[in-house]
Design a protein around this ligand. Structure first.
Ligand code: AMP
Ligand code: GLY
Length: 464
């Protein structure tokens, strides 16, 4: 097995919080050569890498290839789903570098929910019962005839916003109108998946897949709704923590056996060798774990606590994943709990005012005590012409704390987040509440909590 070259020159694509966390971990690798990042990356990420002048649009792929050759890039890491769905991994085939991420065929699991449903059906992967429609009248007739609560999903990529969880037929019909007729999400809503509404705790299970070997990372829980207690509209993610005690070893083995392995196998039977991150958004229903969606890249904000806990050389791990050599890569997790709290701009997830001057970042991590750590990952930040740190978007920071237990990690992340100041800044103080506060337990999966084995460190491996 070939270890990653040393030095290994890396081009990291993506500009947000997920990529800052990846870059932070890459920088701990003794193998890392030059780390190139996008010139429009957030201020935290730009501080860790060299801004590149690489041509990145779809039309410039030919020039990107020569840029890669000229700058002796060994590894390209694709953070977001956009370039994957545009086929960047296919386009870079035949260059000197390895590319971390699936080909367009594999990325389809994320950017085409109808395709994903088809793969799951074919592989008998547990998921919500559902049907795909490209005809509005037929979708409407189906909804009218159903007597169970439904969820309507635009088939294409919508930055996490194309899913409407409905409580009755009227809401479901209204959602169909908005997605298919008014095209609220553009062409992503040309077709929809209509599926039964499930209930239970949600969990994000991310795995590194090299085509055959599947290394399951410690499970996380994301908090999608904007308000404390899980109220208000869905966002890109208001916070997350890792590991989650919802995941017993037995449950993780079940998800590996029933979801990850059959999905990777089904793709391979169709001639698709999946390499990169396979992210299963799971719901722990009374009838067992079921897939809500697949993503084909690291989650945001799951990556922040995952990178904070990951032990091992990330350059080597991603290099080996991209090259089909993951079997035998060294990877484990810090036994401490990590909690990431997202500091947002006023108005998020709606329209926000940007350009607000930010203060307090440099000293926010000083709340950590002995044996604890706080890392401030940037998301929507940049430097203005005077060098001041300013906001550029809805999600501004992912404040991530490592501590002995989740309760302490949450308190620490909240304390650090409170030190970051800009007009209109807000964050949820209850990240992790579904397992920390007994009163806020909901859904059918709470019985998983009492299980004997709690998952802590260590990655589980399975052969697909
Ligand atoms: P997705 O982008 O498919 O993960 O959906 C976004 C969010 O919508 C999920 O995190 C869930 O909270 C919710 N959701 C999606 N599918 C369902 C379902 N079948 N039943 C209940 N909630 C769902
Ligand atoms: N945290 C959800 C996502 O990355 O899609």
């Amino acid at each position: 097995m070939n270890d990653a070259p040393s030095p290994c020159n890396v081009l990291l694509l993506g500009t947000g919080g997920r990529e800052h966390a990846i870059a932070w971990k890459l920088r701990q690798s003794p193998r890392l050569g030059t780390l190139w990042v996008q010139p429009d990356a957030n201020a935290g990420l730009l501080a860790l890498g060299r801004p590149c002048d690489a041509p990145l649009t779809v039309r410039e792929r030919f020039f990107l290839k020569s840029w890669i050759e000229k700058n002796e890039i060994d590894l390209v890491i694709v953070g977001p789903e956009g370039p994957l769905s545009e086929g960047i991994v296919d386009d870079l085939a035949g260059t000197r570098c390895r590319v971390f991420g699936p080909t367009r065929d594999g990325a389809r699991l994320e950017f085409d929910k109808s395709f994903a449903k088809g793969v799951m059906k074919q592989a008998s992967v547990p998921t919500a019962d559902g049907r795909s429609f490209s005809n509005h009248e037929q979708a409407r007739a189906y909804v009218e005839a159903r007597d169970v609560p439904l969820v309507i999903k635009a088939t294409g990529l919508c930055a996490g916003k194309g899913v409407v969880v409905c409580s009755d037929k009227e809401e479901a019909c209204a959602a169909l109108d908005r997605i298919m007729r008014s095209r609220e999400f553009g062409d992503a809503g040309a077709s929809v998946v209509v599926e039964e509404r499930l209930s239970g705790q949600e969990m994000s299970v991310l795995a590194l897949v090299d085509g055959r070997t599947i290394t399951v990372l410690d499970p996380c829980q994301d908090h999608k709704q904007v308000g404390e207690g899980d109220v208000g509209p869905n966002t890109g993610g208001m916070g997350s923590y890792c590991p989650t005690p919802l995941a017993t070893d037995a449950l993780m083995e079940e998800i590996s056996r029933e979801v990850l392995v059959p999905t990777v196998d089904a793709l391979r039977r169709d001639g698709i060798e999946f390499r990169g991150v396979l992210y299963a958004g799971m719901m722990l229903t009374p009838g067992g774990p079921k897939v809500l969606e697949f993503n084909t890249r690291f989650g945001d904000p799951e990556t922040q606590p995952l990178m904070a806990r990951l032990q091992g050389d990330l350059v080597d791990i991603l290099w080996k994943t991209a090259g089909g050599e993951l079997d035998g890569a060294q990877l484990s997790f810090d036994p401490r709990a990590a909690c990431c709290v997202v500091v947002c701009s006023e108005g998020y997830p709606g329209k926000v005012r940007t350009g607000q001057v930010i203060e307090g970042v440099e000293t926010a991590d000083s709340v950590a005590g002995p044996g604890e750590e706080v890392v401030i990952f940037h998301a929507g930040t940049s430097r203005d012409s005077s060098g001041a740190l300013v906001t550029t978007g809805g999600r501004v920071f992912g404040v991530t704390a490592l501590a002995a237990d989740l309760g302490r990690a949450q308190a620490l992340a909240n304390a650090a987040a409170a030190r970051i100041r800009f007009p209109g800044a807000f964050f949820r103080r209850d990240i992790g509440h579904r397992v920390l506060g007994a009163t806020s337990q909901q859904g059918g999966a709470t019985s998983q909590q009492g299980g004997a084995t709690r998952r802590q460190g260590g990655a589980a491996a399975a052969r697909g």
